[in-house]
Design a protein around this ligand. Sequence first.
Ligand code: S3P
Length: 226
Amino acid sequence: MRFDGPKHPARSTHDDWKPRLAERKKELKPERLAEIREALGQKSIALIGLMGAGKTAVGRRLANRLELVFTDVDDEIELAAGKCIREIFAEHGEAYFRQGERKVIARLLENGPQVLATGGGAYMNAETRTNIGKHGISIWLKAELPILLNRVRRRDHRPLLATGEPEKVMRALMQERYPVYAQADITVESRDVPHEVVVSEVLEALSRKLGCPTKPAPSPGRHKRR
Ligand code: S3P
């Protein structure tokens, strides 16, 4: 082991998130989270983005920070259908799945506030986009292809990826969907950093978008004596 390296070694990009995370954790005090919740009112937060963008992982943590209910739309569809998504696609086809997806999202959106992780194709439906616009705030977790591929290759439950070579399928989906995802209210980059980093960036972006006042913290001991 060498301990005599350069005095200021170039920090690896992997470490870059560490000071930023510490910084963000400091910023996001409970009162700021409460401001976001208050500004949301009955609206839901809908996470959108391609398969592997981290919608479920980020959504769960985001809901936890905001003390809101978290729902994964795919789980709800499976519950309603009594079968898994792969079975729905195989037995009834994609169009049937999309119909169920649209209905389930419309139903869920009536019960805000909450955090919803939608499936990658959900926001492509115009009715769903309108519904999310009315009852929620949309957040696109945007990710580069290598990140997405790396994540989706770990599991094989996604029927669309079984239709061809995953890289080709994902490239085609990016081309088709990214211009539509770009209509989201907020875009946050999902990348190879701990999910908490992305969650903090989502919270910052939400706070700005919702016009949260970010009240200055009261400074103790500076009241005038009477
Ligand atoms: C799909 C994405 C999946 C799931 C279904 C179709 C899509 O959800 O809804 O397999 O069209 O991109 P995730 O994005 O959560 O993997």
